[in-house]
Design a protein around this ligand. Structure first.
Ligand code: MN
Length: 195
């Protein structure tokens, strides 16, 4: 097995983002995006996925948070795709049902090589603080760059913060299983022979 770790730096006129991922070694996560709420979500993701994850992101947040959140999704997606390599020996599928107090979310994913996002999360507009609409932008960017089929469904929830946590934690758990490598499985998990 080739090493399933990668570091990617992506720079545009709007943002500069570096992401490190190690699918086989959980190191102490280091998360710094200048957006407090996004840091919180990424720390939850790192903890619950068990994946080695570092991100440093800066950008034009004086405009709003859109570019930084979307570009984080793009860079994490690129890093995941590269770290997964030829996907030999992985489980490929993962799903998780996760409660966070009154919120309950379900995430199912396939490391299929095809990009598809089904995002069914009823999160309410909030005047102040983080723009929760951007969570969909984040996952859309991630899926398009990682080549993942991802279904995210909020089953119930009232508080935006809880709903968002349930989504990021569930995604972490689902990804943790899907990326799991088994020495005894020597093939790429597809009858097509390629993913
Ligand atoms: Mn919290």
């Amino acid at each position: 097995m080739s090493q399933r770790k990668v570091k990617i730096v992506r720079q545009t006129k709007e943002t500069c983002i570096s992401v490190e991922i190690n699918l086989d070694k959980c190191f102490v996560s280091s998360v710094s995006t200048t957006i407090g709420f996004l840091d919180h979500m990424f720390e939850l993701f790192a903890m619950h996925s068990g994946i080695g994850f570092k991100i440093k992101a800066v950008g034009d947040t004086h405009i709003d948070e859109h570019h930084l959140v979307e570009d984080s999704g793009i860079t994490i997606g690129q890093a995941l795709k590269e770290a997964l390599g030829d996907k030999k020996g992985i489980i490929r599928y993962g799903h998780f049902l996760l409660p966070m107090d009154e919120a309950l979310s379900y995430v199912a994913l396939d490391l299929s090589g095809r990009s598809y996002l089904s995002y069914d999360v009823d999160i309410k507009f909030q005047k102040n603080g983080f723009n929760y609409d951007l969570i969909q932008e984040f996952f859309c960017a991630l899926v398009n760059n990682a080549g993942i089929t991802l279904h995210i469904k909020m089953i119930k929830g009232r508080n935006n913060h809880h709903i968002a946590e349930s989504v990021f934690k569930a995604f972490g758990h689902a990804l943790s299983r899907a990326t799991l490598y088994s020495k005894s499985k020597k093939s790429i998990p597809s009858t097509k022979g390629v993913l």
